[in-house]
Every structure is written in C-alpha cells, then in structure tokens.
Ligand binder design. Sequence first.
Ligand code: ADP
Ligand code: ADP
Ligand code: MG
Ligand code: MG
Length: 540
Amino acid sequence: EGCGICTNRCPFDAISIINLPEAVGEPIHRFGQNQFELFGLPNLEEGTVLGLLGPNGIGKSTIMNILSGTLIPNFGDYENPPENWDRVIEHYKGSSLQTYFSKLASGEIKAILKPQMVDQLPKVVKGKVKDLLENVNERDKLDYVCKELMLENVLDRKMENLSGGELQRVAIAATVLRQGDFYYFDEPTSWLDVSQRLNAVKVIRSLAEEGKSVLVIEHDLATLDALSDNVHILYGEPGGYGVVSGRKGVRIGINAYINGFLTEENVRIRKNPIEFTIRPPTPEDEGDPLASYSDISKDYDGFKLSADAGDIFYDEIVTAFGSNGIGKTTFAKMLAGVEKPTSGEVDEEVTIAYKPQYLVSDFEGSVSDFLYMNAPTYGSKIFESEIMTPFALEDMLEKKVSKLSGGELQRLAIAATLSKDAEIYLFDEPTAFLDVEQRLVAARVIRKMVESRNAASLIVDHDIVFIDYISDRAMVFNGIPGLEGHASKPTDLRTSMNEFLGNLNITFRRDKETKRPRVNKLDSYLDREQKEKGEYYYLS
Ligand code: ADP
Ligand code: ADP
Ligand code: MG
Ligand code: MG
C-alpha cells in the first residue's frame, strides 16, 4: 500500500514526497510532454569530489550529460530544443554555472566522462588495452594508474576479451589519464570487489587532490562515503521528476538519506529509516543445520578452490565475500548442483533456488512471459503483494526481457528466484546495478521469505553496507585471485570481516548516529588504533 501522497507505486515502506515540483521552480530540462523533468543542478567545486545519491531513474545520468556538455538543457521548452548554449549561459547569468557553461561551450574548459555502461566500450574501442591507454595518456600517469587499478596483467589483452570488472577499471583509467578540468564518473564500481572499489576511490580522489573538480554517481554507500567530500541527494518520482537537494557534507548527507529525511528541504524521502542492527556474536549451539557440506575442492585448469566444511542453519542469511576471481561463483555453483566438486560432497537433498551472477537477457519474450515460465507463484495474490510490488515489476511486465536495463533484469531475476519454493536461496551478486532503495528492498524481501518459509539464504556480494545490513553470519574467501582460493566455514560477521579486512589492510568504524559502517582513512588515528587491537571491523 502506498502512502497516498505520491502517485507512483512504491516499495512497501512507501516513499512519500511532500514537495511538489511547483515548489522548486522551473525545470532545467524536460525530455518531452509527460516525460521526465529535472529540477536543479549540483554545484561543482574545484579540488573536491561531489557525490550524487538517489534512486534509479531520478536524473543522475541526465545531470552528468548536461554538465559534460553532451545534452543542452531546454528548461522545459522541449518543443524548441536549443541549438547552442546561449540560452543556458543567459539563464545562469551571475552564477558560477554561467562561467562554467560559457567556458564549456567555448572549449576553454574540458569535461571528461566515464559513462555508466562500460560493457558497450568494446563496441567502440577496438584493439589492445595498452594501445587505448597510451593513446589517452595525456597527463603522463600511465604507470601510476595501471599499478593502482591493477591493470598491469591485462595491458596486452584485447578489449573484447575483458571481464566486466576489467573493463570498468580500464574505463576509469582512461578517464583519469586524460587532461581535463572536470571529471564525471557515472557508477564507477559495478563489477568491482571491495579492494578494487577502494583503489578506484584512491585514483579518483587523486584528481581532486590535484585541484580538479570531480562528480560521481555511486550506489555503494561505503564507497560513496570514502570517495566524496560533499553530496547532493536526488529525490522525486523515478521516471517522473527529479529534484537536486542542496549540497551536504558527505557524512550528514548519507545519514539523511539513511534516515529518510532531508532537514534543509523538509522532505521525507522514505517512511522509515534504514536501521543497522549490531548483532551479538552467534551462539555456539544453533540447533540442527538445514544443510551441511564436507570439505570440498574444485580443480579447474589453472585455478583451484578449497572450502572448509560448514553448515547452514534454518532462518539464517549467510553472506560470502572476497576478491574477484577467488572462487565465490565456483562455490555457489557447487552448492546449487550446477558444478560437481572435484572432491567432497554437498547436501544433495536440499532444494535450492539459485540466482547466478551473470544474467541472461537473450530470453525471447516479455517479462510477463518470463515470469510465467520461471516464477511458480506468478499470478497469485502472494506473489503480487510480497514480490511484484516491492520489486516494482508491474511497470515492466510488457517490456521485452532483452530490452531491460541492468537494474530491471536484476530485480526480475531476484523476484523469480524468491518465487520458487526452496530451502536455500542462493544469490550471486544480487546488488549489482540496483540503487540504494532497491538493495534495501531486496534485503527485506529476502529476509521475509527466508523467515516465513523456514528456509535460509546464502548471498555473495561486495557491498559492505548491504552485507552488514543483511548478514546473520558470513564466510570469507581468501587466496590469490585467478590462481587459488580458500573458503572459510560460515561464522560470525566480526570474525569473517576481521579475516577479510585484515588481508586487505583496511579498517571500518561505525557512524555514531546511524551505526552504518564507514571506511577509516589509511594511517588515521582510528585506523592505527583498530589495527593494534586487531579490530578491523567494529561491531559497536
Ligand atoms: P538515473 O541516472 O538517475 O538512473 P537518468 O538520468 O538516466 O536516471 O534518467 C532519468 C529519467 O529520464 C528516466 O526515467 C529515463 O527513462 C528518462 N530519460 C533519460 N534519457 C531520456 C531521453 N533521451 N528521452 C526520454 N527520456 C529519457
Ligand atoms: P569469483 O566469483 O570469486 O569472482 P569465480 O569462481 O568465478 O570467481 O572464478 C574463480 C577462478 O576460476 C577464475 O580465475 C576463473 O577464471 C576460473 N574459472 C571459473 N570457471 C572456470 C571454468 N569453467 N574453467 C576454467 N576456469 C574457470
Ligand atoms: Mg544513470
Ligand atoms: Mg563471481
């Protein structure tokens, strides 16, 4: 049920916007009649990183397209689209945006953009990674960037042979290497693991430290937090209109987002705050396990995974994390029965519903067709209220599966998996391409399903804030990416995080107000203190 204030269908804790667009003045841009409208633009500042935080479809990429000079805004007059920047410059007379747009139009300043969809890159850029990066090495930082982003081993590969995570890092590198004044990064961490995310933070922040202005769109709150100095929150009605909030310090801005209330704007963006519960250590005796597996191993040509024997208990959610290429997906496939272990056994009696990491979008047919075939409870009242509404599937039922965006496909795949009657729900990277709200909805729906069905869930993911929010227990994968991996047995979150973060040499603290995990700056007082105590991940 909605709150009655907004017109869009919303997740079960209804986003209700108090302000209507009238209250925020004229739009900056409108795509057409009854189409999306954007209100406001962020204020860029030299030498800082500015973050944009908000749901999918709220205008974040549109803002980047305007600021990078790709889209000339029409101020709502979509019938007379502007041919040049004159009206824009006139509109912002007397403000810093006037200077910005006139210098951008005359070529006096240069904006560089890392686009959202890096998987499209190989279609436009051919050849070897090395050739691409040498071509754009305008700031003579090739060695530094390749080292920080761990690209040294892929320099001789062809663009079309790169994995998603490798493509993302090449795209970040190519952006950072170019000579510009303003740098725009649209969702730079999709496909990256935790250490790669923090390396990307370091490289992107190095631009600001050199005095450049940087704007970033990011849905991983721990990454956004470490990356930005200030943030603007986008609110409104996804697909309808988006309003840019005033600039807020990064801590205050993210906390406001978590609490669901923007004080200065007097806008409630979510009915309930996101609450991080600090869990006590898991008791020793947890009753009978739902499923057990022995020590297992998998040998591929060139890669070997070993996993310690473990149990999964009723009603619990276990998360699994570790670097890319360390065997998480291999482990998930063995549990799901898609791959046979080379040695050892998994419980084959247990029924498993499995969402793989890589989603196939080559299904010929609509979302509705897909649900008929893959979601056993599709059409029931329960499906509608507990799965379809929270994942906002109604609006995409008629769309072709092959035309869905990454976030839509992910929601569809999670929904179909949760519709199955199973004992273990296995999700490989469910937060990829989802916005913060959708991650939260996914966490809640998974929790609800697991508890109401007396089942359990195992979730592989890289988003520390999501992991912290959803985990009862956790398992960690360590080793040498691409060569050998080792999986620990599921244990309490603190132990797992300590092992994982200890290896990465990263510490997290908790925000005093919201209890969300935050990355400590390397060598800061807290970082050194926590390392001395061996507390890489504070629970309180
Ligand atoms: P975000 O990056 O926040 O997910 P976008 O800025 O990409 O959102 O899009 C905001 C809204 O504008 C969406 O509803 C999208 O469908 C719509 N939109 C984006 N580009 C166009 C376009 N060229 N024509 C019409 N609508 C568009
Ligand atoms: P993760 O999910 O942790 O990123 P994966 O389990 O997907 O890692 O892969 C671990 C390693 O095993 C990678 O180096 C990958 O290339 C390799 N690998 C995965 N599947 C196969 C396969 N079918 N044959 C050979 N190597 C594989
Ligand atoms: Mg976008
Ligand atoms: Mg994987």
